[in-house]
Design a protein around this ligand. Structure first.
Ligand code: UN1
Length: 497
């Protein structure tokens, strides 16, 4: 289907994405697919006010009922998975499988959040005073701001929104200015679910479209209790301190520089498949993309040879026509990739692939052959995240050295080890092993399930989204002590009579 048909099927009228000032282009062929209306600081402020009002009503709706809304949203997503997934392909350039997979990730987090809506459990705590009862309660925060990036234009919002909604908050979302159409589509789908939920306040979920100004209006407004920002480390360095300056809360999910250690005992067939999916999937534009391969010297030559052969067979092209690798998001993404490859060469690297392809068929789009770069060591460019399909390969002699190399980058999102050696596997996941938020054994770095907490350490920002107990970030914790005695004993045994 074409974009217009998809948007109509998803419930977004043509006027809602054609009459504005923000030009939206598909990375598939560079053509224009929309003119989105933009928010400025004043309209963002108005939306925040309305969100605060909605949050005040929503917080008193019992959590299991809030869960009904998210369950309904999950059903609407199931009904529209095909169309929304295809729209993701048009707007972000993902291949069919990955566009559909991204919507599945939304459905999964909705299911998770529905279960959670009956499990926002606090603790009962033993009091040191007779006739006293202590407990911990979790209450909604208020307004949650979500800033997301082009590469997961819908799933990352849903991780935040599904949790924030069952936790009793209102949500304002600023999507990447490269992908506002999918955001408008999500908003329309959520509106369908809201229509079936009579008690839901208006403006429980809103989208603000625009660039820096709109984003910073969210970041700086004290009425936004939590800002959950996914994107580059550069963005996080600005957002984090600004939210902190007003003593607000943030969840930062920033750059990764994810590695695989490939040990001599590994199942090489498995490792190869994992490398391919993690290194070239989504054209290298996941924050979990495999960017560094640290391979035992005894395997190095053989693995590079084999990867070169496999890379030569990768079909690059139109993402909705059965290819494995689609386009880069835009010209800037392509330029950054070429600059990184040039720098890698200057630093002693040997580059295989990485050139632009299909330029005649798509003069205004940026398709590339994924690159393998053999590096003499972990030079400056290897320590830097370039959002493109570049896999740097380095050798190691002993496992300690591999771990040291692995952790010696500023980022700390995802990591993996391929081994059949139990000692290595346990060390990798132990306190002195990988320093990342995600550490896998015999699984690649990308493609995490929603059930685990997602995020990473160091320059990745420390935030956790999605599964496990990440929901606690979207609530405030309250310690309650009740005295049901006829006396007033003081804690710490203090006598004040
Ligand atoms: C991202 O790239 O920002 O683990 C998120 C993965 C996906 C999410 C990636 N589930 O690769």
């Amino acid at each position: 289907m074409m974009v217009e048909q998809l948007m109509t099927a998803l419930g977004v009228p043509v006027a809602a994405y054609t009459g504005g000032t923000l030009a939206v282009h598909t990375p598939i062929d560079g053509s224009r697919i929309g003119m989105a209306p933009c928010d400025d600081a004043a309209s963002v402020a108005r939306k925040i006010e309305r969100a605060a009002q909605a949050a005040r009503a929503w917080r008193d709706v019992p959590a299991p009922q809030r869960g009904h809304l998210v369950r309904r949203f999950g059903e609407v997503l199931r009904q529209h998975k095909a169309e929304l997934g295809e729209l993701v392909s048009w707007e972000a350039g993902k291949i069919t499988q990955e566009g559909q997979g991204e919507v599945q990730e939304m459905i999964d987090i909705c299911d998770f959040a529905v279960g959670l809506s009956r499990q926002l459990h606090g603790l009962t705590i033993a009091s040191e005073r007779p006739g006293h009862h202590m407990r911990e309660s979790w209450h909604p925060l208020g307004v949650v701001g979500v800033i997301s990036t082009f590469n997961f234009p819908v799933a990352v919002w849903s991780w935040n929104a599904a949790l924030a909604l069952v936790c009793g908050n209102a949500v304002i979302w600023k999507p990447s200015e490269k992908t506002p159409l999918t955001a408008l589509a999500c908003q329309a789908l959520l509106a369908q679910a809201l229509a079936d939920f009579p008690g839901a306040p208006e403006c429980l979920s809103q989208v603000v479209v625009g660039g820096r100004e709109a984003g910073m209006a969210l970041v700086d407004d004290p009425a936004v209790a939590l800002v959950s920002a996914t994107g580059s480390t550069r963005m996080g360095r600005e957002v984090g301190p600004r939210v902190a300056a007003r003593l607000g809360r943030s969840i930062l999910e920033l750059g990764g520089n994810n590695a695989m250690i490939l040990a001599p005992s590994a199942d090489l067939g498995l490792a190869e498949r994992a490398i391919l999916f993690s290194a070239v999937g989504t054209a290298g534009q996941r924050c979990t993309t495999l960017r560094r391969l640290i391979v035992h010297e005894s395997l190095r030559a053989q693995v590079v040879r084999r990867l070169k052969t496999l890379y030569a067979g990768i079909r690059v092209g139109h993402p909705l026509q059965g290819n494995l690798v689609g386009p880069l998001i835009d010209a800037a993404g392509y330029e950054a990739m070429q600059a990184a490859l040039r720098q890698a060469e200057q630093e002693g690297g040997v580059v295989h692939g990485g050139q632009r392809v299909l330029q005649d068929a798509y003069p205004d789009a940026y398709y590339v052959a994924p690159a393998i770069v053999e590096m003499p060591g972990q030079t400056a460019i290897v320590r830097h995240e370039t959002f493109a399909p570049i896999l740097y390969v380095m050798g190691y002699h002993d496992f300690d050295q591999a771990l040291q190399l692995h952790n010696d980058v500023p980022q700390g999102l995802s990591s993996c080890l391929f081994t059949n050696d139990l000692r290595e596997a346990e060390r990798f996941q132990g306190a002195s092993g990988s320093d990342c938020g995600i550490a896998n054994v015999n699984i690649g770095t990308s493609g995490a399930e929603i059930g685990g907490a997602f995020g990473g350490e160091k320059e990745t920002g420390g935030g956790r989204e999605s599964g496990s107990d990440a929901w606690k970030n979207y609530m405030r914790r309250q310690t309650n002590t009740v005295n049901y005695s006829r006396d007033l004993p003081l804690a710490q045994g203090i006598d004040f009579s």
